[in-house]
Ligand binder design. Structure first.
Ligand code: GRF
Length: 195
C-alpha cells in the first residue's frame, strides 16, 4: 500500500482483516514521506514499512525505479495507492501493470488531480463522490473500477465534504480490495469487471 498522509484508508483495510472472509492482507506500507501518519498505523499493526524519499534520488525516474524495487520486495498481488501524493512513473507501472489501483475523492473523470474535493465544491456540483480506479500514466485517468456518490450540502466547506467522502471512500476501497482478493479483476479497454 502507498500512502503519503494520515492513512485512514489503510486503517480501514487493516480493520477489515478481522473478518476472516475478507481475503486480503496488507503486506507492506510504503511512503514518500517519513512523517506520513499511515506509517505509524502500519507499524502499530505489525506491518512492514518502507520510506522512499524523492529527495534521495537524482531525478523522478530514479525515484520511480527505487519505489518499484521496494514494492517488488513484497511481491504484492495488488498495489493500493490511497492518499499517495506522487505520480507513479513508467518503470513502476511497467512492473505492476494492471495491478495498481488508486482511490480519488471525486467522481472521475470530473475533478482529477490533487484538489478533487476543492475543485468540485468550487464548481458548484450538487453531487460528488469517490472513485477507485486502475492507475495508468495519466493523472486519475485509468479505467474506473467502482464509484459512490456523496451529496454536497449547502453548508459544506472542503474539510466537511472531504470527511463525508472519506467515510464512503474507505468502505468502497475495502469492498474493492476484498473482491479483487477473493475473485479476479478483468480489464477490457476501459471496462473493469470484478469477481
Ligand atoms: C483520500 O480522500 C484520497 O482519495 C485522497 O486523500 C485522502 C487520503 O486519506 N487522495 P487517508 O490518508 O487515507 O486518510
Amino acid at each position: 500500500m502507498l500512502v503519503s498522509g494520515g492513512g485512514s484508508n489503510l486503517a480501514a483495510l487493516l480493520a477489515a482483516r478481522s473478518d476472516p472472509a475478507f481475503g486480503a492482507r496488507v503486506v507492506g506500507v510504503l511512503s514518500d514521506d517519513p512523517g506520513a501518519g499511515g506509517l505509524d498505523l502500519a507499524r502499530a499493526a505489525g506491518v512492514a514499512t518502507v520510506v522512499v524519499r524523492p529527495a534521495d534520488f537524482a531525478d523522478r525516474a530514479a525515484w520511480d525505479v527505487a519505489l518499484a524495487a521496494a514494492v517488488g520486495v513484497f511481491s504484492p498481488t495488488l498495489v493500493v495507492s490511497a492518499g499517495f501524493m506522487r505520480i507513479l512513473g513508467a518503470s513502476f507501472l511497467a512492473r505492476f501493470a494492471g495491478r495498481v489501483i488508486n482511490t480519488h475523492p471525486a467522481l472521475l473523470p470530473a475533478f482529477p488531480g490533487a484538489h478533487g474535493v476543492r475543485d468540485a465544491l468550487a464548481y458548484g456540483v450538487r453531487v460528488t463522490g469517490c472513485t477507485v480506479h486502475l492507475v495508468d500514466e495519466g493523472v486519475d485517468t485509468g479505467p474506473i473500477i467502482a464509484q459512490r456518490a456523496v451529496e454536497v450540502l449547502a453548508a459544506d466547506d472542503e474539510a466537511s465534504l472531504h470527511e463525508r467522502i472519506k467515510t464512503v471512500e474507505r468502505a468502497l476501497l475495502v469492498d474493492v480490495v476484498g473482491r479483487v482478493a477473493r475473485g479476479a479483476l478483468t480489464v477490457e479497454g476501459r471496462h473493469v469487471r470484478l469477481g
